[in-house]
Design a protein around this ligand. Structure first.
Ligand SMILES: [Zn+2]
Ligand SMILES: [Zn+2]
Length: 309
């Protein structure tokens, strides 16, 4: 024992950090394997044969696994009845129960192979975002009737009702209008002037302004980048303040994915920077960390590069 302590004391900070990281990873992996076996142990009633009152007691005493976690894995295993590959990932402890639970809502909506790819490559929170996006897209398509070929007239009627309700809800929404603006709009409205038309025009004008600014900035940056190349300089690694300001004007502080309300953390190059070597604002998008991970999901080369770092 004393010898072991001495050995640890002799390790450098880096060595002891690496060692603890390795043990941590191994602990997690073995724990996943333990959890993966629980449904089968439950089915065979093995816990009883070994003197445990329940599968929960068994899991807690042998593996330090909580009751909630046991319930989750047993439920999940049932859900994966018709997904043999995903089920084997669970049983072999190749991925965490938490991750597999995240994809449960879209189990029948996507190919098993694609789901496995995502479960294996995406962190848990990114997976959650992916599923949310998937459901959101699906809902939009549903609303457009793509998945309801036999739409009954009643439901069409219902959707009109729904729209009316929606408008009322918007009126009640707390837009932070200045008292002045609010009064002016109210005055105009009282005169029978269409204030929605006025606002719509203002929004369209804003959009056009942003488009024009983007075009100008794109031209400017492309010229700059070209002349850098001519001078034999390496491309700049950074997005200029000017372009950052422009993106902020367009997207505010948030992720540029339409329905995402998270803060943007990265300016993503939609045309991969390592290939394009360009900061053309037409191909820049502020993203939250989850959507940034998703944006790179298909980008195998990027992932390998990141893993090597
Ligand atoms: Zn990126
Ligand atoms: Zn996002």
């Amino acid at each position: 024992m004393a010898k072991k302590i001495l050995n640890i004391k002799r390790l450098s900070d880096k060595e002891i950090y690496e060692l603890s990281k390795k043990y941590g990873l191994q602990a997690k992996a073995w724990r996943r394997k333990f959890v993966g076996l629980l449904p089968e142990i439950q089915t065979r009633g093995l816990y009883e044969k070994h003197g445990f009152f329940s599968i929960y007691e068994y899991a807690a005493k042998l593996g330090g696994v909580s009751k909630k976690q046991v319930q989750r894995v047993i439920q999940l295993e049932k859900k994966l009845e018709e997904k043999p590959q995903l089920k084997s990932i669970l049983i072999n402890g190749e991925t965490s129960v938490n991750k597999l639970i995240k994809i449960a809502p879209i189990l029948d909506l996507e190919k098993e192979k694609d789901l496995i790819n995502k479960v294996k490559n995406l962190p848990c929170r990114t997976l959650e975002t992916y599923v949310r996006d998937f459901k959101y897209e699906r809902k939009l398509q549903d609303q457009n009737g793509l998945f309801e070929p036999k739409k009954r007239p009643e439901s069409a009627h219902m959707s009109t009702l729904f729209k009316i309700k929606e408008v009322q809800k918007i009126n009640a929404l707390g837009l932070q209008l200045d008292e002045n603006i609010y009064q002016k709009l109210l005055e105009l409205q009282d005169k029978g002037i269409n204030i929605n038309e006025i606002l719509k025009n203002a929004l369209e004008k804003r959009k056009e302004e942003i488009e024009t600014e983007k075009e100008d900035l794109a031209k400017e940056i492309l010229e700059k980048e070209e002349s850098r190349i001519k001078e034999g300089k390496l491309p700049s690694k950074h997005v200029s303040v000017k372009i950052k300001k422009h993106l902020k004007k367009e997207h505010g502080n948030k992720c540029s994915i339409k329905h995402c309300h998270k803060d943007a953390t990265t300016i993503h190059h939609t045309a991969r920077f390592s290939l394009s070597q360009s900061h053309n604002p037409k191909f820049l998008a502020p993203l939250c960390s989850e959507h940034h991970n998703l944006a790179h999901l298909v980008d195998e080369k990027y992932r390998q590069h990141k893993n090597r770092k």
